[in-house]
Structure formats: structure tokens, C-alpha cells
Design a protein around this ligand. Structure first.
Ligand SMILES: [Fe+2]
Length: 175
């Protein structure tokens, strides 16, 4: 099922006042990378919440498998938001951290109000992991151009996880 991708409508990262930052990445690139990371943070947080919701609400014959699998994934996602937010801070910008900001920044749809059937949950999570991977991948050329290795490293780690999650979930949909 195709979903429309929400466009970013807010300026994500704000720079705090204080001592100038001189780490070898210019202000414009630091701001652009912080914006991209803010979108990655919002996507990751939204996927975390969706996955935890599905851990609670999954039903059917695959209950045990999915309940356990979703727990592994939401725990990893929960731990992943902190390094993304702290990379934004290291680049000299504030990290978004409210449902309002995340709702505006994320490319993922909100968690369904009515719990879907188990197979639909799997499809939603495949699409969610793929969407986060696209957001991370989009930022890669900029991090590369600015020689921002810590961000490139973080993006590489997140891409590995989301592409692996998507593969494992996708495999459950096959005969
Ligand atoms: Fe639990």
C-alpha cells in the first residue's frame, strides 16, 4: 500500500547562542546536516513508537514470534535515538524532542489508531524501516561532502539496521 511522503514543513534545527564552533565544517553544512539528522531522529522515534505499539497489540497465530521480534526491534530503535540527537548537539544545534516537532518532521505515517492484523503490521514495519533508510541515505552525500565522518558513520550504522529489519520482516510475508 503506497503512502504519500510528508514533506518537511518546519526548520528542524536551531543553533544555540554561545561560543562559535570551529570543527572544520562550515555553519551552512552543519545546519544542513543537523536538519537532515532531525528528520532521521523523527523517523526513528516514530518507527520506535509504531513497533512498540505493535508489540502490545499484535494478535493471531504468530503472536509469540512477532511479540518477541517487535520487542527486539523497538529496544534497538529506542537506543538509537540518543546518538542521533547527540550528534545534532555536537554540530551545534538543538535536537527536536516533542510529538509536535516529530509529527512535522517525520516521513512516516502516524501509528494506526486501530491495531492492524498481524500481516498488515509486518507490511507497515517493512515500509517504515525502508522510509527511515531513505531518510538516512539522502543525507549521506552531504555528510560525505562536508567530511563529517561521525555523521557518515552513524548513517552507515542506521542503514545497516533498517535494511536488515526490512529484510527480516519482508521474509515473514513470503511462503
Ligand atoms: Fe513487553
Amino acid at each position: 500500500m503506497a503512502r504519500e511522503t510528508k514533506k518537511q514543513t518546519v526548520k528542524a534545527a536551531q543553533a544555540p547562542a554561545g561560543m562559535p564552533i570551529n570543527i572544520g565544517i562550515n555553519d551552512k553544512d552543519r545546519a544542513a546536516i543537523a536538519n537532515g539528522l532531525s528528520r532521521l531522529l523523527a523517523d526513528t522515534y516514530t518507527l520506535y513508537l509504531t513497533t512498540h505499539n505493535f508489540h502490545w497489540n499484535v494478535t493471531g497465530p504468530m503472536f509469540n514470534t512477532l511479540h518477541t521480534m517487535f520487542m527486539g526491534q523497538y529496544t534497538e530503535l529506542w537506543n538509537a535515538v540518543d546518538p542521533v540527537a547527540e550528534r545534532i548537539r555536537s554540530l551545534g544545534h538543538f535536537a527536536p524532542g516533542s510529538y509536535g516537532q516529530f509529527g512535522k518532521l517525520t516521513s512516516l505515517p502516524d501509528v494506526p489508531a486501530t491495531p492492524p492484523k498481524a500481516m498488515d503490521m509486518i507490511r507497515i514495519l517493512v515500509e517504515g524501516n525502508e522510509a527511515v533508510a531513505r531518510t538516512a541515505r539522502e543525507l549521506f552525500p552531504l555528510a560525505d561532502k562536508a567530511s563529517d565522518e561521525p555523521t557518515a558513520d552513524l548513517l552507515t550504522q542506521r542503514l545497516t539496521v533498517h535494511e536488515q529489519n526490512a529484510w527480516m520482516l519482508r521474509s515473514l510475508l513470503e511462503d
